[in-house]
Design a protein around this ligand. Structure first.
Ligand code: HAM
Length: 429
């Protein structure tokens, strides 16, 4: 036998049994984003490598070790997006979306990071990414958090915890950086190799280290939130006040630094204990310097991204059932005349009942085998079109989920009959 070609490690097929969860999340996200006046944008999956190097930061795990980078046929260095904040900023600048306006934008789709795959961490994963450009105040940071909180409620997800921190302005970060370097220099021997290197290149990233042997050092390190500039401090206090007024619970986590370099002031994550080590379901924050860093007129910006694989996994731990996509009815035709009549009849029914999910049985077999297929499809009704039914212009309707006698329904009345089924189910108009 010819050798099979396998999929790529860390890149998942999302199978038909799982897609209802995804559609449930996507539909709820679209509804909530719509309700807050956010508009969709769809940047490409590939960008110039430089875009990510400059925005995420040269000395970050993502840029140092996780990007899918290659040269295209004309020798340009391109990268499959590891995140899409940078792409959103690039697109907004390129298409002049930023001129003196507030832009509320979102996008949804796959991101690529060459990480070590494990539960909740993949090489292709999906995000719902939301960004606001042109608004500097803490009220917009709060709006983003309220929006996510509404999404959790819309999905029926309790128990996500909000962690909050402020990283201050670039100047505050620079002052803090030298404090941090002084501190870690004193314990240089206890640092791992990565952290020792980062002492000179990007000491803030040391706080992000997962190395358990360094956690006591990290715990005792000076905290940025205690060295904020006055304006950032005020911004942070105001954000906390708005959240408190809106009834959103949060915990200030001075260790929350996030894995990307572009953040200034607010950073936040929604976390859960239910997913093991990969407990961050959503992360984001403010990045007021990035637009200018990528070559645009300076504009404040803030946003977040939700990890969709983790959100779906979390829904499953709460036994949240997405709406079914099983067909309402399964039409099976027996004999050549019936087979010819089946599709035109099905088309008429689809006209009459726009929300009807109707499968026309394909393939061979006798009534028993076909009824088994109908049953396996999850349909409520089997619509049987045999020679007698064609002759009498009717259909035999068999209930597949409830015990009931088979009924004969004239074809002219079938649309109405199915409409009633839909109304009972709550999907009819
Ligand atoms: P991030 O924290 O790198 O932020 O990713 C956001 C979320 O994506 C994470 O909280 C997690 O749920 C999910 N995620 C990240 N990496 C993986 C992975 N390898 N496998 C599965 N899920 C993953 C960003 O990407 C920023 N662009 C967020 C942002 C938008 N900040 C401002 N605007």
């Amino acid at each position: 036998m010819t050798a099979r070609i396998q999929g790529i490690r860390g890149m998942n097929d999302i199978l038909p049994g799982e897609t209802p969860y995804w559609q449930y999340v996507e539909d709820a996200a679209r509804r909530v984003l719509d309700a807050y006046g956010y508009r969709e944008i769809r940047p490409p999956l590939l960008e110039r490598t430089e875009l990510f190097a400059r925005s995420i930061g040269e000395v970050t795990d993502i840029v140092e070790k996780e990007m899918y980078t290659f040269s295209d046929r004309s020798g340009d260095s391109l990268t499959l997006r590891p995140e899409c904040t940078a792409s959103m900023v690039r697109a907004a600048i390129e298409h002049s979306l930023l001129r003196g306006q507030i832009q509320r934008l979102w996008t949804m789709g796959p991101m690529f990071r060459y990480e070590r795959p494990q539960k909740g961490r993949y090489r292709q994963f999906h995000q719902i990414d939301v960004e606001v450009f042109g608004a500097a105040g803490p009220d917009v940071d709060a709006e983003l958090i309220l929006l996510t909180s509404r999404l959790w409620r819309a999905l029926g997800l309790p128990g996500l915890r909000l962690e909050l921190n402020s990283l201050g302005t670039r100047d505050a970060q620079a002052a803090y950086r030298s404090r941090l370097v002084d501190y870690f220099r004193r314990y240089r021997d206890e640092l791992d190799e990565d952290s020792r290197r980062r002492l000179d290149t990007n000491p803030l990233r040391i706080l992000d280290s997962k190395n358990s042997q360094m956690q006591h050092l990290i715990e005792a390190a000076p905290k940025l939130v205690e060295h904020l500039d006055a304006e950032s401090d005020e911004h942070f206090e105001e954000l906390k006040a708005i959240l408190a007024a809106a009834g959103i619970e949060f915990r200030v986590n001075p260790r929350l630094v996030r894995g990307l370099d572009y953040y200034t002031r607010t950073v936040f994550e929604w976390v859960t204990e239910r997913l093991g080590a990969q407990g961050a379901v959503c992360g984001g924050g403010r990045y007021d310097n990035l637009v200018a860093d990528i070559g645009g007129e300076p504009a404040p910006a803030t946003g977040f991204a939700i990890g969709m694989e983790r959100l779906v996994a979390l829904l499953r731990t709460h036994d949240v059932e997405p709406p079914t996509h099983a067909p309402h009815a399964y039409l099976l035709a027996l004999g050549r005349d019936a087979a010819r009549a089946a599709h035109p009849l099905a088309e008429r029914l689809r006209e009459q009942c726009p929300r009807l999910r109707l499968v026309v049985d394909g393939g061979e077999g006798g009534l028993k085998r076909r009824l088994r297929r109908a049953d396996r499809s999850g349909a409520q009704l089997a619509l049987i079109l045999g020679e007698d039914e064609v002759r009498d212009a009717c259909l035999s309707v068999k209930q597949l989920r409830t015990p009931a006698d088979q009924a004969r329904v004239p074809q002219t009345e079938l649309g109405e009959y199915l409409q009633r089924v839909l109304v009972d189910e709550g999907t009819g108009q």
